[in-house]
Design a protein around this ligand. Structure first.
Ligand code: FES
Length: 195
């Protein structure tokens, strides 16, 4: 049987266990940081361990801008609304649509209002204007025909892409709809907030 020796350095480089994580902080592992696609981060010091073994380590906390994009009462089923998020840089064009049917990540009384980035995850084909009301999908992409299901977080239905369409995360406050984040990496960016 082989035993691994843990040096102080190797111990320090390991992520804290679940029970050591402070409540109320979004502590991102390398895997989760990559998964959330390089959202804006601020470095904060968090305490791990307790008693004499307690010590502080730097941790990354994810943040996105909060942007008001529409009024719920003004939306009509299957009539997309264009907006830009998370900034006004390249590939930020996105669309909000009230599907008229419940969808993953949907907001509103029927959980049917969703928003997605407009650019195909394959090679950046522009999907603006390709929303299909009958199938609640985006596409086919003008370049290689990828099509995405907007009721299921933009998952690929068919075509050359292998990643879902980035979904703009929404929040509803009263009648106001806010964009508050992006799930998935926007095409052409190594970091969603570096447009
Ligand atoms: S760029 Fe859209 S399928 Fe290739």
């Amino acid at each position: 049987m082989t035993h691994r020796t843990q040096t102080p350095d190797s111990v320090a480089s390991q992520p804290p266990s679940k029970k050591d994580r402070p409540a109320g902080k979004c502590l991102l592992s390398r895997r989760n940081f990559l998964f959330t696609s390089g959202v804006a981060t601020a470095t904060v010091m968090v305490t791990v361990g307790s008693g004499a073994s307690a010590h502080e380590i730097p941790a990354m906390v994810a943040t996105y801008p909060r942007k008001k994009i529409a009024k719920l009462s003004a939306l009509k089923d299957d009539e997309p609304l264009d907006f830009e998020y998370p900034d006004e840089g390249a590939y930020a064009q996105s669309m909000l649509v009230k599907l008229g049917t419940e969808a993953g990540g949907g907001v509103g009384p029927r959980k049917d209002v969703v928003a997605f980035n407009n650019f195909c995850t394959h090679q950046g084909g522009d999907l603006a204007g390709t929303y299909k009301a009958d199938t609640k999908s985006m596409g086919a992409c003008p370049l290689h025909l990828s099509t995405y299901d907007l009721t299921r977080h933009g998952i690929l239905i068919s075509g050359q892409a292998y990643q879902s369409l980035p979904q703009v995360l929404l929040e509803l406050k009263g009648d106001d709809i806010y964009a508050v984040g992006v799930f998935g990496l926007i095409f052409g960016r190594y970091d969603n907030l570096q447009g």
